[in-house]
Design a protein around this ligand. Structure first.
Ligand SMILES: C[S@@+](CC[C@H](N)C(=O)[O-])C[C@H]1O[C@@H](n2cnc3c(N)ncnc32)[C@H](O)[C@@H]1O
Length: 186
């Protein structure tokens, strides 16, 4: 949606802080990553992409915000890392189905639409994996965070006949209620 692009471009344009630390979920589960290629879906300015590229993975970050990608490119250049990027609106499901396939798709702090989630398998190589790490419904119930950004109980667990759930954990990090899923292509 154009509104999302405007909103996120504004946020990233005024963001002054340096790159954030990668999410511990990806650091702790690096051994579960398959193959070499990773798509960081709605990856923002790349805190996880930069970490994974530094660990010699071949990373592509996709986001709607050109300002996020500008920040990513600056960080990558500062760290002498190579990260590919795609500026794309994930509401455009046709365009999404035309991108390359990857060994892994990682998603952090972004809730895919049901339709998008059902298409993710099509962008995975054989035995490819999806790592999903974002707010659980408790973040809404306890903190009033908007419900539409939170994962409902088991919302994605049985949604795709093409995916096997291989790990699911709840996580409490500082004051945040999070959920971690790992799916594998059947
Ligand atoms: C909360 S941020 C998370 C960014 C990153 N994954 C992280 O954990 O730092 C949400 C991201 O989703 C992106 N986004 C929002 N709507 C989008 C859409 N329709 N298509 C692609 N990216 C979108 C925003 O630009 C933003 O970078």
């Amino acid at each position: 949606m154009v509104e999302d692009q405007i909103k996120w471009n504004k946020k990233y344009k005024v963001k002054t802080v340096d790159i954030s630390h990668p999410d511990m979920f990806f650091v702790e589960n690096i051994g579960s990553i398959q193959g070499k290629t990773i798509l960081d879906l709605a990856g923002g300015d790349g805190k996880n992409s930069l970490y994974l590229a530094s660990q010699n993975y071949d990373v592509t970050l996709l986001d709607i915000s050109s300002e996020a990608i500008t920040r990513l490119n600056q960080f990558a250049s500062d760290k002498n890392l190579k990260i590919s990027s795609i500026i794309m609106d994930l509401d455009d499901l046709q365009a999404f189905q035309e991108i390359d396939k990857f060994d892994n798709i990682i998603i952090s702090f972004f809730k895919p639409s049901i339709k998008l989630f059902q298409l993710l398998y099509s962008r995975l190589n054989p035995k490819g994996r999806i790592f999903l790490h974002t707010y659980s419904i408790d973040q809404h119930l306890v903190h009033g965070f908007p419900k539409r950004f939170c994962l409902d109980k088991d919302e994605f667990t049985h949604l795709s006949p093409h995916l096997t759930l291989i790990d699911h954990q709840k996580q409490k990090s500082n004051d945040s209620f999070l959920e971690n899923y790992i799916f594998e292509l059947k």
